[in-house]
Structures are given as C-alpha cells and as structure tokens.
Write a protein that binds this ligand. Structure first.
Ligand SMILES: [Fe+2]
Length: 296
C-alpha cells in the first residue's frame, strides 16, 4: 500500500480538499507517513480517509501524530456525565444511555450553534490546530459538513479590505455564536467560563506562512471598533469567505475520517432528521500558541 493524496475535485477546487488512500490509519504510522499527511494538510486544508474503522483509542493514537490533544470537557455545566472519554468530543445527538436527545434538550439546542460557520476552539486562548472527525453512525440523509478555504478567502479580498483587516483583533466567545441562533439560556458560571478571548483577524499559517482570514461565528467584536460596525464587517467577511467556489461539502459515509486544519478553514454542520442517530467522534489537536503570539 502506498499513500496517495489527491485533490477531491481537481478541476474546480485543485488546492482545497483532498482524499487520501493507500493507508490504514487504524494502525501506527511511520514517521514518513505522518509527515506526508501533514504536508498534505498544509497543501489542501481538508483531508478525507474512507473506510477507517477506528476505535477511540486508535483515533487518539492517530491524532497524536500531529500534536497534543485538547481535553473534550463538556461546555455546559448541567451535563456532568460524558458518554465518551476525556479526549473524545461527543459530536452526537445521544445522551449517556445512547438515546437520541429530545428536540428541546438544552445540550442539543446549544449544539445547533455548529450549524453556523466556525473554526473549532477559536474561543479558547490557544485555539485548535486540527480536528479529526470519525463517522460512526450517520443519518439516512443530510448531515453534511461544509468546509470553506480561508486562504482563498484572504487572497481574493481587494487590497483596500486587506489593508483594513491588517492588524485587527477580534474577541471570540460561544456567547456571541449562540446569541446568533437565539440561545441565551446560560448560567452565571457559564457566562464566566465563556468570557471572550482575543484572536487576530488575519493569521499567518505556522508551517506554510500563508495568510488567511481567521473568522468564526464566535467572533463578536473587533477591538476599538463600535460593535454594530464590527458585526456588520465580520458578517460581510464571512459572506465573502463562504462563497460556493471556496466550499467543499462532505457527504459522510460510515467510517469516514475527515481532518481539517482550523488554522486555515471554517466549517459548519448541515441539518438532518433529529429523530435519527448521528454519532461522530472528534479528536482535536491543540495549537501551540494564541494567534496573538503568532507572527503578524
Ligand atoms: Fe466544529
């Protein structure tokens, strides 16, 4: 078996989204294989591996080739029990007994924030590098994940807008993204936990040096700007960045594993029948530093 990494759509999106084949990622990688995948991620931003029957342990071992794992602590204080381990984010609509969450369930309503464009953990002081999502059970239709290329988004801004963005710093918080979908049912403790963190609006990729827009629905203010002006500006940028020509829509198959680089992409979930099971397990590789400490 030889690892091959090719663009998913070489005609319309030759530089964004790749499919990797000729590798069994349920088994330990060689250092060469790990380097080749990282190089592929630098080139394509999103990489799909089909038919990988990962256990949580194997998924964690594979993910650790790319850095330290983030802790997957529950965001909401009233969900004390975790269905999955400390390093596996539970991207499912299931409760601790593996029953589908009721429509009005608070955790489910909070999780609907992932239908908005975002970059994982941009609300943490040190945001995520890669997210690795493994499809264990998928609904019969819907539930795609869409990815937007934030390098292309930056490159295609006009010069005046690039200049306007240069040096700007945003505040990111889950309070901002949930306000957009009308979810404000937070405890005082949660409001404290979700205090905004600062991130640069334009970031330079730590390994490729390429610039990209660092946007997310979690971004709610721009430092030194009036809030309405900041929100309107960020909304325009998100609209620009998520034009269809910059977007790859992944239609999941069971046991797909998709990796995306949160440093150069945004993504969002698409709707599906809430009475059907959707069980996805995510590992998240932490970045090394805040964007505020990255090279400008
Ligand atoms: Fe996400």
């Amino acid at each position: 078996m030889t690892l091959s990494i090719r663009a998913i759509d070489p005609v319309s999106r030759p530089f964004f989204g790749a499919v990797a084949s000729g590798i069994d990622i349920t088994q330990p990688l060689t250092p060469e294989q790990a380097r080749a995948i990282e190089k592929g991620m630098d080139a394509f931003g999103v990489m799909v591996f089909h038919d990988q029957r990962l256990t949580d342990e194997a998924q964690m071992a594979f993910s650790r080739n790319f850095g330290e794992l983030e802790l997957a602590t529950n965001n909401l204080r009233d969900t004390k029990e975790q269905r999955l381990g400390a390093h596996i984010a539970d991207i499912s609509n299931l409760d601790i007994n593996s029953n589908v969450l009721a429509r009005e369930n608070r955790r489910r309503l909070f999780s609907l924030g992932t239908r908005l464009w975002h970059s994982d953990s941009s609300f943490k002081p040190v945001p995520a590098k890669y997210s690795l999502l493994s499809a264990r059970v998928i609904p019969s239709k819907g539930g795609n994940t869409e990815f937007a290329d934030m390098r292309a988004a930056y490159d295609t801004l006009d010069d005046a807008t690039k200049a306007e963005c240069e040096g700007l710093v945003c505040e990111h918080s889950q309070l901002f993204s949930r306000a957009l979908i009308g979810f404000g049912d937070f405890t005082e403790q949660e409001r404290e936990d979700f205090a905004p963190v600062r991130q640069r609006l334009i970031r330079r990729h730590p390994s490729t040096g390429r610039k990209s827009l660092y946007l997310a629905s979690h971004a709610g203010t721009i430092i030194d700007w009036p809030v309405p002006e900041a929100r309107a500006f960020l909304r325009d940028l998100i609209e620009h960045a998520t034009q269809r020509k910059f977007v790859y829509a992944h239609a999941w198959k069971p046991f797909d594993l998709v990796i995306w680089d949160n440093q150069a992409t945004m993504h969002r979930g698409r709707p599906f029948d809430p009475t059907e099971v959707r069980d996805m397990h995510r590992t998240t590789v932490a970045g090394l530093r805040s964007t505020m400490e990255e090279a400008a």
